[in-house]
Ligand binder design. Structure first.
Ligand code: ADP
Ligand code: ZN
Length: 607
């Protein structure tokens, strides 16, 4: 072990209060400490921030962190200050006085870390930074630089010049999601040359994943899913601003602490709501993707996609916001063929360069193949990210109840020829009626068709599922038509293969939407605790709530649930024992040690 490595571990223990590096952290930190550039792809919750925070503390000068979202910087700076690290941020949200103060501390060499937004870098800020000794440059959410990624931000393109501006200073690009192509692009755009690449496993064993096809009353279903997760904090993603408002209202009527969040809201309202979300232990945010990067609330217990995400990358990143504290959490996705049709339509409308449009289209198809597929969700995602040998997770809906596939080729032939006869003039409801021979006021023409009433042995719900499947498989297409989409044959060659029996169609026999019940409960944190310890845990949480309110901070910045649970389990008798708990470093020991030990010493843990 090199002396650098020893020092890094000491900082990990003393400042951050963690006993061991997680995953590739140690390697990445070693690389940066040696003064070399690096690209690190670690899953959400994998501990990316320590990869630059620790070297910034050990190398002379200030660590520059470029991060795209103000909320994230805000959180990190708060959390670092709690740890006794000298951190500041410079962004558009600062008052002129705060900004002046940040600059003064920087010039005086009093900062370990400074957070900046990419936009903030343009305005003469860089020149001033170049005058200060810089320990490293970290670029967070580095996939934003790539058009091949799923979250391209043009302002990230300018970050390539950091290479010239800070010669000899190690630069570290970090992201949670980047396939091989995106990684190549990051390397090129950020001019990382031959920098070492660290790609961690994408496994998130604490996530219980599931996906279900939308049925009538899909919003009610979301209501049930949330209701079954009472007093847990979660995010519900919606495809539209209006949708998120309406759903938030619906949940609020149901008695859930829910608010909406989207880019159409006034900036101050958005700030207020994200602060609210961070500080409440049972808040549910109903949001568009505008609520995204930068939420590092560790105790999010569920993410529900009321509308599906845009790609597997987006899925993993969004679902990944649950369970960052490593405790069990749910990721539930509702999806439908019309969602897929819309996603594809949006790509067409954006008039992207052909090559880009193709990549995006493929990403959409891969997402729906995973959602509609029969295999383990986590395994499918990890294979997508290149982990060929990923094993089934044993926790997702597919692992717990493997669906049976039934051959539906015969029914598929009936449906396809009905669409052909009807000439693509009708939507799915009308198509099902035709197959069942139930069309109201049917014309003589239609009644005379050989496909009219040809499918009476199949029930309407099954017909709908089958049509859905034909849409997913690209045999049928749904064309938007003023909100009443029409169904037509898609790929005639493929349809012919089905007619000739060369292509089989399997539908998954899934049960009606499963129970809304969650597999995880907040109280699960206390699973390993005996009854005697539970009151101590609750007392500590109540204390934390007060302490957080007093300092105007989110509770998890003081201590994570996980740390409180550990304390309740071990009931440390003295400072040394408290320091051994994961998440307790020197600064927090000084600040809160006395209060916490007081609770541990109290008989029965009464307050
Ligand atoms: P992300 O990679 O998603 O940005 P963070 O850097 O926010 O992850 O870290 C996620 C959580 O994991 C944080 O709450 C952090 O305290 C915790 N963490 C990071 N590294 C370690 C470690 N080595 N041991 C224990 N907990 C860690
Ligand atoms: Zn699984």
């Amino acid at each position: 072990m090199t002396p650098d490595h020893e020092q890094a571990r000491a900082v990990l223990r003393e400042v951050f209060g963690h006993a061991e590096f997680r995953g590739l952290q140690g390697e990445v930190i070693g690389e940066v400490l040696a003064g070399r550039d690096a690209l690190a792809v670690l899953p959400t919750g994998g501990g990316k921030s320590l990869c630059y925070q620790i070297p910034a503390l050990l190398r002379p000068g200030v660590g520059l962190v470029i991060s795209p979202l103000i909320a994230l910087m805000h959180d990190q700076v708060d959390a670092l200050r709690q740890l006794g690290v000298r951190a500041a941020r410079i962004d558009s949200g600062l008052s002129p006085e705060e900004r002046a103060r940040a600059w003064r501390s920087l010039t005086a060499g009093e900062l370990d870390l400074i957070y900046l937004s990419p936009e903030g870098l343009m305005q003469g800020v860089l020149e001033r930074l170049m005058a200060a000794p810089v320990a490293l440059v970290a670029i967070d959410e580095a996939h934003c630089v790539s058009q091949w990624g799923h979250d391209f931000r043009p302002e990230y393109r300018a970050l390539g010049r950091l290479a010239d501006l800070f010669p000899g200073v190690p630069r570290l690009a970090v992201t949670a999601t980047a396939d091989a192509r995106t990684r190549e692009d990051i390397r090129g755009q950020l001019r990382l040359g031959r920098a070492s690449e660290f790609v961690a496993s994408f496994a998130r064993p604490e996530l219980a994943l599931s996906a279900e096809a939308k049925r009538d009353g899909a919003r009610r279903r979301v209501g049930d899913l949330v209701a079954a997760r009472k007093s847990q904090s979660g995010v519900v993603y919606c495809g539209s601003r209006d949708g998120s408002e309406a759903l938030a209202e619906r949940l609020a009527d149901q008695g859930v602490k829910a608010r909406a969040y989207h880019a159409g809201l006034d900036k101050t309202v958005r700030h207020e709501r994200s602060d609210w979300f961070r500080s409440e232990e049972d808040a549910v945010m109903v949001a568009t993707i505008a609520f995204g990067m930068g939420i590092d609330k560790p105790d999010v217990r569920f993410v529900i996609h009321a509308d599906p995400p845009a790609s597997i990358e987006a899925y993993w990143q969004e679902v990944g916001r649950a369970g960052r504290d490593g405790e069990l959490a749910d990721g539930i996705t509702l999806y439908g063929a019309s969602d897929m049709a819309w996603a594809l339509e949006r790509i067409r409308r954006r008039e992207l360069p052909e090559e880009v449009a193709q990549v995006q289209t493929r990403k959409v198809r891969q997402l729906y193949a995973m959602l509609g597929g029969a295999t383990c969700r986590a395994q499918a995602v990890r294979r997508y990210f290149g982990e060929a040998d990923a094993a089934p997770c044993g926790r997702c809906d597919r692992c717990l109840t493997p669906p049976a596939g039934i051959d539906a080729s015969e029914a598929a032939r009936k449906a396809l020829s009905a669409v052909q006869r009807l000439g693509g003039r009708f939507g799915r409801g009308r198509l099902v009626d035709h197959l069942l021979g139930r069309t109201k006021g049917v014309s003589e023409d239609e009644a005379g068709m050989s496909t009219f009433g040809v499918g009476q042995e199949v029930d309407p719900g099954e017909w709908r599922d089958l049509i859905e499947q034909l849409l997913f498989e690209g045999l049928l297409v749904e064309r938007p038509n003023d909100g009443r989409p029409l169904i037509a044959l898609a790929d005639r060659d493929a349809v012919r293969e089905v007619y000739r029996g060369e292509r089989k169609l399997t539908v998954l026999k899934t049960s009606k939407a499963g129970p809304a019940r969650g597999r995880t409960r907040r109280a699960d944190l206390g699973r390993r605790m005996s009854d005697i310890e539970e009151p101590l845990f609750e007392a500590l949480r109540a204390w934390r709530r007060e302490e957080a309110a007093r300092q105007g901070l989110p509770p998890y910045v003081i201590f994570h649930d996980r740390t409180l649970a550990e304390i309740a389990r071990h009931r440390p008798p003295d400072r040394a024992a408290l320091l051994a708990i994961d998440g307790v470093g020197h600064a927090k020991l000084e600040r809160y040690g006395e209060a916490v030990l007081g609770f541990c010493a109290a008989p029965g843990a009464e307050r």
